[in-house]
Design a protein around this ligand. Structure first.
Ligand code: ZN
Ligand code: ZN
Length: 148
């Protein structure tokens, strides 16, 4: 899955191109569920996302001190969740809504995060095939290394 993949919002104003890292995840956190209506299904871009059309239409919302959420100002489609550049991610990290891609081949639903944020009225089949992380697991992974 190293070829460039094209993504577009619902109205087609915003178009993006990027290379994707392997894997596709679901985030069950309350912020994603409020943003999407359900878990955010997303893929990670390798490096930066190139906006090929509609850059002026992109609006961003700072959802925390370390991340922003981008959406199309014309149709409201969620575009990406972006971890801002930091010590751990000097380039930041773009986590792009899986639904924006016309070509869904090669998508491999292999992880879920904030599984303890699931309100309990939905589930995905095949969970034994995925890495499933709780909120504590996620924060432990990103916690600053205090020593060394
Ligand atoms: Zn749009
Ligand atoms: Zn989330």
């Amino acid at each position: 899955m190293s070829a460039l993949k094209a993504a577009a919002c619902l109205c087609g104003t915003v178009k993006m191109s990027m290379t994707l890292k392997p894997g596709l995840g679901a985030c069950h956190c309350s912020s994603c569920r409020r943003w999407c209506g359900g878990p955010l299904m997303s893929v990670h871009a390798e490096g930066a996302v190139e906006v090929t059309a509609g850059a002026d239409a992109i609006k961003t919302y700072a959802s925390s001190d370390w991340a922003e959420r981008a959406f199309c100002g014309e149709c409201g489609s969620g575009l990406y969740y972006r971890l801002l550049p930091s010590e751990h991610f000097p380039q930041g990290e773009y986590i792009v809504s899986a639904g924006l891609f016309d070509d869904q081949t090669g998508f491999n639903f292999d992880h879920e995060v904030f599984v303890d944020g699931n309100p309990g009225w939905y589930s995905f089949s095949g969970e034994e095939n995925r890495n499933r992380m709780t909120e504590a697991d996620v924060f432990a992974m990103f916690a600053p290394k205090e020593e060394g």
